[in-house]
Design a binder for this molecule. Structure first.
Ligand code: DGL
Length: 277
């Protein structure tokens, strides 16, 4: 029996938890999870606009908190945090097994998509600036053309609209499509594959599908769910939600998402405040 943590700046990581839940429910689990802890770091949202130094300090604070909760594993359900994970951080948190989205996707591409030739990675500004996607994907696809596109408007667009009572995913996607058209005006090629390089973006799939009608969509969350295959949750597993600030706002966002993401319905608690450093 073990605890697993999921970390994001806000609600984006729930798209990763959703993939995990969809592929890993089991009544007869071998490695059964006792607790799934979701942490939304609303105090520091959005990550995408912060410096890589500041984000590294934030990541370490949050990992420390998960270690204090006696988590055995932590899923960086956030590409911006995944982009920052390095050997030094892993050494500092030896007691945690840390999973990240970027190496999970690179490994999946290496196994299953060796013939991809033109890839566009969409992400936050910080992930884009880190260069982590380009370097990890280039290692497994040395011949491919890979571009990275920062989409600074998307995370605020999603997080802000979710707190409105009459929120609609269609409306959010309509607004996102306008931004996406601007971001992709001068692409050097039409991509054969699109990477959702931010965990909020699967919620914008309608907009992406309208702009890129013939592309393959790669969600790193699916690759990561494969890595977690041997860990299962059951009726006995507790799902707990925490936020580093504004627990009520987070609770309202969870409510809004309950219609869209099944995993939200498993949370048994009111979102609690996590006292990170
Ligand atoms: N959802 C996160 C990611 O995958 C971070 C979004 C943000 O706070 O900017 O990068």
């Amino acid at each position: 029996m073990s605890k697993i943590g999921f970390l994001d700046s806000g609600i984006g990581g729930l798209t990763v938890l959703e993939e995990f839940c969809q592929s890993n429910n089991s009544k007869t689990a071998v490695n059964e999870l006792s607790e799934i802890i979701y942490l939304a770091d609303l105090k520091n949202l959005p990550y995408g606009e912060k410096t890589l130094e500041r984000l590294t300090a934030i990541l370490e604070e949050n990992l420390k908190w998960f270690a204090q909760q006696n988590a055995l594993m932590v899923v960086l359900a956030c590409n911006t945090s995944s982009a920052l994970l390095n050997e030094k951080i892993k050494q500092n948190f030896k007691q945690l097994y840390i999973f990240d989205l970027i190496t999970a996707l690179a490994e999946q591409i290496d196994r299953e998509h060796k013939n991809l030739d033109k890839i566009a990675v969409f992400s936050t500004l910080a992930t884009h600036q880190s260069g982590a996607y380009i370097s990890n994907l280039q290692k497994v696809l040395p011949q491919a053309q890979i571009i990275s596109i920062a989409c600074p408007a998307f995370v605020p667009l999603i997080e802000n609209h979710l707190t409105e009572s009459d929120f609609s995913l269609e409306q959010i996607n309509k607004l996102a499509l306008g931004c996406l058209q601007e971001y992709t005006q001068n692409l050097p090629f039409e991509p054969s594959a699109i990477v959702f390089g931010c965990t909020h973006y699967p919620l914008l799939k309608m907009a992406f599908a309208q702009r890129f009608k013939n592309s393959l969509f790669l969600d790193p969350a699916q690759a990561l769910a494969q890595q977690l295959q041997k860990y299962k949750f059951s009726d006995q597993t507790k799902f707990l939600s925490f936020s580093t600030a504004q627990a009520e706002t987070f609770e309202a966002k969870l409510k809004a998402l309950a219609k869209i993401l099944n995993c939200v319905q498993y949370f048994s608690n009111q979102a609690q405040i996590a006292k990170t450093a």
